[in-house]
Ligand binder design. Structure first.
Ligand SMILES: [Fe+2]
Length: 251
């Protein structure tokens, strides 16, 4: 779906809580010492947000070394590259991350800057979201209206999990699978995206997401992406996902 800059800005504005408040000013604690302090995740120059748990906290489902490399190397690279891409762009530096993402599909940013920001600002936003919807111990299932709406949209919670896993499995190469809220339809939907494309680029608001880049699982699972996806359900922070859903619906 091609969206206009106005559509993107409207969607991103409606999801300000996602990228502005809930995402980057979250309630996570126990961040590694490397986490940003004076810098912020959503304003240039971008910085890593807190991870929210120790690197080994998600064992055995995601191993400590993978978490450490994923956070300190891969996510940091998106942050660094996004900052580098903006180094000579004083007007764009004034935008926060959600505003910057809203511009990517518009006509004011040309190549190669557009691709650099789509990949790296997108990668930064996606990972900052991802760290928030995974947690040690997770929670077994969504609850309340969130659970009701998932069941209504996908027949049942088990059916949702199967459809989400199928989308994650079918995503060729590197990318993400998402549970999104579509402001356009007022419904939940399962999607997937290539590379670091954010759902926000096409007008959807992420509620849950799984990173299926090999860097997210290869050390432990090698080629067994399906096993990683199955393990993912053990660490989903459904409480946080429900907060994203509520924020998206009420924005
Ligand atoms: Fe990743």
């Amino acid at each position: 779906m091609q969206v206009t800059r106005r559509d993107a800005i409207k969607t991103l504005g409606a999801s300000a809580a996602l990228l502005g408040l809930n995402l980057f000013a979250g309630k996570l604690s126990a961040a590694p010492a490397s986490a940003a302090s004076s810098k912020t995740a959503c304003a240039y120059p971008f910085a890593l947000p807190p991870l929210g748990c120790a690197f080994d906290a998600l064992e055995p489902h995601i191993d400590a070394r993978t978490m450490e490399i994923h956070y300190t190397k891969h996510h940091q690279a998106y942050v660094t590259n996004a900052n580098n891409a903006l180094a000579s762009q004083p007007a764009l530096q004034k935008l926060d991350l959600k505003e910057l993402l809203a511009r990517i599909n518009g006509d004011t940013i040309s190549e190669p800057l557009r691709t650099a920001l789509r990949n790296n600002a997108g990668g930064h936003a996606n990972h900052a979201f991802f760290w928030q919807i995974i947690a040690p111990g997770g929670s077994s299932a969504p609850s309340g209206k969130f659970a009701d709406d998932i069941a209504a949209a996908f027949d049942s919670f088990d059916s949702f999990k199967k459809q989400f896993a199928a989308a994650a499995t079918a995503r060729f190469g590197s990318g993400w699978a998402w549970l999104v809220y579509s402001p356009a339809t007022g419904k939940l939907a399962i999607t997937s995206s290539a590379n670091q494309d954010s759902p926000l680029l096409t007008g959807d608001v992420p509620v849950l997401g799984i990173d299926v880049w090999e860097h997210a699982y290869y050390l432990k699972y090698q080629n067994r992406r399906a096993d990683y996806i199955a393990a993912f359900w053990n660490i989903v922070n459904w409480t946080r996902a429900g907060e994203f859903y509520s924020a998206a619906k009420t924005a």
